[in-house]
Design a binder for this molecule. Sequence first.
Ligand code: GUN
Length: 273
Amino acid sequence: MILLDGKAVSQKILERVKAKVSTLAKVPHLVVILVGDDAASRVYVNNKKKAAEKVGIKSTVIEKNAGISEEDLLTIIKDLNNDEDVTGILVQLPLPEHIDKNKIVESISPKKDVDGFTPENVGKLAIGLEPYFYPATPQGILMLLDEYKIPIEGADAVVLGRSNIVGKPMAQMLLRRNATVTICHSYTKGVEDKIKTADILISAVGKKIVRCKMVRNNSCVVDVGIFRDANGKLTGDVDFDFVSPSCGYISPVPGGVGPMTIASLMYNASKVY
Ligand code: GUN
């Protein structure tokens, strides 16, 4: 079993991004909007800001309280779209319930949409055109698989979860790399049988779902889940101790997909259109 060391690989990518940023005529400027006081979101936003500083990308965090109106948030984004100094805009999700997330995401200029979440970028990904940005988590996962030279073309890939942030773009990106992709979700029948077929298993569910004896021998298992267990310990979707002995490759939590997502986002934030 080989550990997919996201921490180490992310450092390499951040070094590359830093070197690239130092050659750019214009310093990229990432603006992150944080609405409300979700503790996890705050940690993610801080990590993004720290990473940006490390690679020489200017970053600004705009914090708004949970009561901000949809209209005011749209105005902020419109101003950032028109601000030539700003090259990247990221609205941290989730947003409070009274705000229509889709409306907010749609309002971001596709050329500044470092998350790759706008309809234009999602649509381009789906029809085989080049989006301005690929979503950070799936892109980071592919960077990790590529670093370990894990074959994707022709592989049977199973994606657990169908979120707009991970599951759906992950499936699209694997398909683009000529994998045979199965997406499983809460209505899927016989998930265990499908997991067994995977050469590459990507789990992005947010609860302990992949257990002992479920995975195919020597398969590659990527754990996107991150949450705290009953003892307050950070853990993922995969029962690592029991599953890892049968894997060819497996990503740990923490230290797997998390740091890769940040590095991948910085790669996106270094792109100036
Ligand atoms: N919340 C959880 N993951 C993400 C992400 O990748 N981007 C944004 N904007 N919000 C998130």
